[in-house]
Write a protein that binds this ligand. Structure first.
Ligand SMILES: Cc1ncc(COP(=O)(O)O)c(C=O)c1O
Length: 396
């Protein structure tokens, strides 16, 4: 029978090159181990998550009855409010909607705020999933630029250019992935001025707690009081380093009447799916309370890998960009080949893999991105391999 089934245009994605995965697969089939400097799944990089076991085990009796609440179970929402209290921010559990993932939270918000054909402002470079999440809800992305000049900043002119009558939301990532830049207070003010009470902000703070100065200086949540309805996203995948738990949330901020209207509409959407499982919601207070130990272990690793990276790059023609937080480092390489060319070159010669900048829509060539979560021995091996591929730096 001919296959005449037509799929929706939402899936008309131009697949980015998968030459990397093909080469890695071929190497592995030939018994060549590839050292992966792109791993960002905290459960596969050697942290002892079992530390949390005894505390987080729950009784089946706690979860056998099913009494869902559209916004999420109250104890889970109260635990999320307590997380913000630890950040000195007062959040009422009634402002919180529990979802299964940040991706689901984005989808709920896209359907709350926009109609098919509308657009959302997205940072560039940033999290590669935005294009796909928007497309799945029939939306366009209108990228605005983050520019680097010893530190990252939002190019406000590009925001002004990207905004249109069809713009329904502006996404801010605080700190951004993979640039590791937090939103500066002046940038928030400027973004709000451009959005002029018409375009709500969606602020993704999944990496909030991973500031790399360890002073907390940058670690400023944008959750709190806002003149307009503003949506703050986060979740256990990064906050508790437990992506398998599938629990995230939206905090709806802003003045009470419009905020309550937004919460009511989000409850309606959430009620159609009720995706966050009851067991994980029941465990949320314990999992969130246990986050401090794993966050501290992760921060120690991020800093140690960053220090190693700086030592290794010191006498080379590569430079690391400034990073305030998050789990990644961005490295500028000499412009003798593209970022894709560099990644293939290092993979071919050294059996080590990095992410090319184009995956995150870096415009300036060539940069590669590595995960600071990588186990230290692999990280050192991979960075030493990178340095062997570099031409000697020119004397100052
Ligand atoms: C900016 C950003 N938001 C969200 C996520 C993923 O969140 P979740 O696992 O809750 O969907 C990631 C994953 O890397 C991310 O980089």
């Amino acid at each position: 029978m001919p296959d005449t089934v037509r799929f929706s245009n939402r899936l008309n994605w131009t697949a980015k090159t998968n030459a990397f995965s093909r080469i890695i697969r071929e190497k592995e089939q030939n018994g060549i181990a590839v050292v992966d400097l792109t791993k960002s799944n905290p459960t596969t990089v050697g942290f002892d998550v079992c530390q949390q076991d005894s505390e987080s085990s729950m009784s089946l009796a706690d979860v056998v009855s099913y009494a869902p609440e559209p916004a999420g179970l109250l104890p889970a929402r109260a635990a999320i409010a307590a997380y913000y209290r630890d950040h000195a921010i007062d959040v009422d559990p009634a402002q919180i909607i529990v979802t299964a993932s940040t991706s689901e939270a984005y989808s709920h918000l896209f359907r709350l705020l926009a109609d098919p054909g509308d657009s959302v402002l997205t940072p560039q470079p940033s999290y590669p999933l935005f294009d796909y999440l928007a497309a799945l809800d029939g939306l366009h992305v209108a990228p605005y630029r983050l520019v680097y000049d010893n530190s990252w900043r939002i190019d406000l002119v590009s925001v002004q250019k990207a905004i249109s009558p069809h713009t329904r939301a502006m996404i801010l990532v605080n700190p951004n992935n993979p640039t590791g830049s937090y939103i500066a207070p002046a940038e928030l003010v400027a973004a709000k001025n451009i959005c002029r009470h018409r375009v709500p902000l969606i602020v993704d703070e999944v990496f909030l707690d991973y500031d790399l100065c360890d002073t907390g200086a940058n670690r400023r949540s944008l959750c709190g009081d806002h003149e307009d309805v503003t949506f703050i996203l986060s979740g256990l995948s990064k906050v508790a380093a437990l992506p398998q738990m599938k629990l995230s949330w939206i905090v709806v901020c802003g003045p009470r009447p419009p905020r309550e209207r937004a919460v009511a509409a989000l409850e309606l959407i959430n009620d159609m799916y009720l995706s966050a499982s009851i067991p994980v919601q029941a465990a949320a207070p314990t999992l969130l309370a246990a986050r401090h130990a794993i966050q501290s272990a992760i921060r120690t690793r991020l800093q140690a890998n960053l220090d190693m990276l700086d030592r290794a790059l010191a006498a080379t023609a590569a430079t690391r960009r400034g990073v305030q937080g998050g789990w990644s480092a961005v490295i500028d390489l000499p412009p003798v080949r593209s970022d894709e060319g560099w990644v293939l070159h290092i993979l071919d010669n050294e059996n080590v893999t990095f992410h090319p900048g184009f995956l995150y829509d870096f415009e300036d060539d060539p940069v590669v991105v590595c995960s600071l979560l990588t186990p230290p021995a692999d990280f050192e091996h991979g960075i030493q391999a990178l340095t062997r591929c570099l031409p000697a730096s020119s004397p100052q």
